[in-house]
Design a protein around this ligand. Structure first.
Ligand code: BES
Ligand code: ZN
Ligand code: ZN
Length: 492
């Protein structure tokens, strides 16, 4: 990841850099443009401040000899303003700034009673870091954004609030970009071993403890379902355990995060079709989300105990691999009929969830996984599907989603759905049939959460984007990092 700089700056009329003006439709008339000429030009270009709209110009300030560049980005109607609209405007403005080859951009975030200077500064910082992200390490010719630094202006008396918010925005933006890097790396690079090394590197950098277990230790724990999935590949599994014990006075309160870490999912003997299989390098996006969230939580020294577990492995084919029809065990002792070797994620999650409850004392469990194609059929690429056994937890997640701008939607968990995971031959089967595939996959994991409050996030549709978005570039989105961070915050 390259270095993008963000800093706070006490704003005044003397600031002589290139500007990003975030403007609402309502204030267009009296907006304090840097000069009357700029106002005229913006009007001539019919800039109206609508969401997504941008405009720009180069002008010579009165009495100055250096031309300056101004980009305007619309925020829409003031009464409809949200943090997400601020992020989108920054994303759109950045594309415009790029065309003008601007290197240092200064912006003064918009605030009102509903949008504090701090929230706005955080959103601007986040959006800039997310929008300027590129995965170009394998390109001879880089296509970096021209904007290398962003200055976020603040008014008198806003200094303390804005500087803290900017720091948080930076932690969250960089943690999300770390997750995106992990996901964008191809599977020949991002093996279970490498994923463990990356978690260790993040732990060292941001200050959380990382323990990595190799096969023998995983066997001793009895994680038979996880090991069955891992069996075929020459790239051996790694159980990655990350601990941020920020509240040692309350050892019984431990937030447990579990991320699906399939570094590649060929489907195994229940082989996926060739078309689109390359996308299955992203099957560790849940793991990336929890590594990113741990990085931000540790960096911000959040006063909570958070433990994250990733049962990393690769789902391939070989004579050692597991087969459809196999009956396997699990750490919890339940037996599972493998109807499809492609429904491997829930097998690794089952053992990871059991591990985090019994060995790490998790009192709340959240799992994040690119688990089912069915969630894409149900919700498309816009929304993460959620299951829970505790509605108050879902409310916390909704609060978090409002802060992060990530979209979530709860799916039903009526007990009748559990019937689909039953078989006469074992305690459970790993496929619940074609119908309600996201729900039955989630309810399979639920069989292992005991009595713990639990949330299940199916990010198969939201972890990866085929096209550029308002402030996301094509590729991994880092979904879940900011959501999990803000979810954890609800316990403070
Ligand atoms: N990793 C996939 C889920 C997936 C599929 C993500 C397509 C993104 C796009 C998962 O391991 C899987 O293969 N699930 C199967 C389950 C089925 C065999 C019950 C699926 O969704 O088809
Ligand atoms: Zn699969
Ligand atoms: Zn998978």
């Amino acid at each position: 990841m390259f270095d993008l700089e963000v800093r706070a700056l006490q704003f005044n009329a003397q600031v002589q850099t290139d500007l990003l003006c975030l403007v609402t439709e309502d204030e267009l008339q009296d907006y304090a443009w840097p000069s009357p000429a700029v106002k005229q030009i913006m009007e001539a270009q019919k800039f109206s401040g609508k969401p997504g709209e941008t405009s720009s110009c180069v002008f010579l300030p009165d009495g100055g000899d250096q031309p300056r560049k101004v980009v305007a980005a619309g925020l829409g109607k003031e009464e409809e303003l949200t943090l997400e609209k601020v992020r989108r405007a920054v994303g759109a403005g950045l594309k415009e700034a790029d065309k003008l080859n601007i290197a240092l951009l200064t912006t003064m975030p918009w605030t009102n009673e509903r949008l504090s200077a701090g929230d706005a500064a955080r959103a601007v910082t986040e959006a800039y870091l997310l929008a300027a992200y590129r995965f170009d390490r394998y390109l001879a010719e880089k296509k970096a954004s021209s904007v290398r630094s962003l200055q976020v202006g603040y008014g008198p008396e806003q200094e303390v609030e804005v500087i803290a918010a900017l720091k948080l925005g930076q932690s969250l933006g960089e943690a999300t970009n770390l997750a995106r890097d992990l996901v964008n790396e191809p599977a020949n690079v991002m093996t279970p071993e490498r994923l463990a090394q990356e978690a260790q590197a993040a732990g060292e950098k941001y200050g959380f403890a990382v323990e990595v277990l190799e096969e023998e230790a995983i066997e001793e724990l009895g994680m038979e379902a996880y090991l069955a999935v891992a069996k075929a590949s020459a790239n051996r599994p790694r159980l990655i355990i990350m601990r941020h014990l920020g509240d040692p006075a309350n050892p019984d309160q431990v937030l447990g995060l579990v991320g699906k870490g399939m570094t590649f999912d060929s489907g195994g003997l229940s082989l996926k079709q060739a078309k689109g299989m390359e996308a299955m390098k992203f099957d560790m996006a849940g793991a990336a989300a929890v590594i990113g969230a741990m990085s931000a939580l540790a960096r911000e020294q959040v006063r909570l105990n958070v433990v994250a577990v990733v049962a990393a492995c690769e789902n391939l084919i070989s004579s050692r691999g597991y087969r459809p029809g196999d009956i396997i065990g699990s750490m919890a002792g339940k037996t599972i009929l493998v109807e499809s070797t492609d429904a491997e994620g829930r097998l690794t999650l089952a053992d990871a969830v059991h591990y985090i409850i019994t060995k790490e004392n998790a009192s709340v469990v959240v799992d994040v996984a690119t688990l089912t194609g069915a969630v894409i059929v149900a919700l498309g690429n816009l929304t993460t599907g959620v299951l829970t056994n505790d509605d108050s937890l879902y409310q916390r997640l909704q609060q978090a989603a409002e802060k992060s701008g990530e979209r979530i939607w709860q799916l039903p968990d009526f007990p009748e759905y559990k019937e689909q995971n039953k078989t006469p031959y074992a305690d459970l089967r790993n496929v619940g049939g074609r119908e309600a595939g996201t729900i039955t996959a989630g309810l399979f994991v639920a069989e292992f959460v005991q009595d713990r409050p639990w949330l299940h996030l199916d990010i198969a549709g939201t972890a990866f984007s085929e096209k550029d978005g308002a402030y996301m570039v094509q590729g991994a989105t880092g979904v879940g990092v900011r959501l999990l961070y803000h979810f954890a915050e609800t316990y403070l």
